[in-house]
Design a protein around this ligand. Structure first.
Ligand code: TYC
Length: 122
């Protein structure tokens, strides 16, 4: 008795799309792949309000570590003061972590309880 194969033979594998596909002539065609690289996850540095850190110190920190001019730094400081927290800037993970370190270090050295954290942006 003869048995039939249950599956038809599969087609030959397609060549990798990066490989040059040759046509009948001598020309070489390079195929373009769609861009797959994702943008990096971004992190926002959030500063928290407290009752003891002087407003002026927060303004100077925002100018020094977050490159804000005095006007923008004052607005951010006031937002934090009124709302309890505020975003100082958005960066890649390592840069955000460095900013947090710089702020905490400056606050510690000056004897202020200023706190800030970094968190992933949605
Ligand atoms: N609330 C502080 C005060 O009245 C000022 C302040 C603002 C502190 C922002 C921390 O992240 C802060 N002196």
């Amino acid at each position: 008795m003869k048995f039939m194969a249950t599956k038809p033979p599969s087609p030959p594998p397609t060549p990798p799309s990066r490989a040059p596909a040759r046509d009948d002539g001598d020309s070489v065609v390079m195929e373009r792949r769609p861009q797959k690289t994702q943008p990096p996850q971004m992190y926002q540095v959030v500063m928290l309000n407290d009752d003891y850190t002087p407003m002026e110190f927060v303004i100077v920190v925002l100018q020094e570590f977050f490159s804000k001019d005095r006007e923008a730094a004052t607005q951010i400081m006031l937002k934090i003061h009124l709302d309890g927290k505020g975003v100082c800037g958005v960066y890649t993970r390592d840069v955000a972590a460095t900013k947090v370190e710089q702020v905490l270090d400056a606050a510690l050295k000056a004897g202020h309880p200023l706190q800030c954290v970094s968190e992933p942006v949605e």
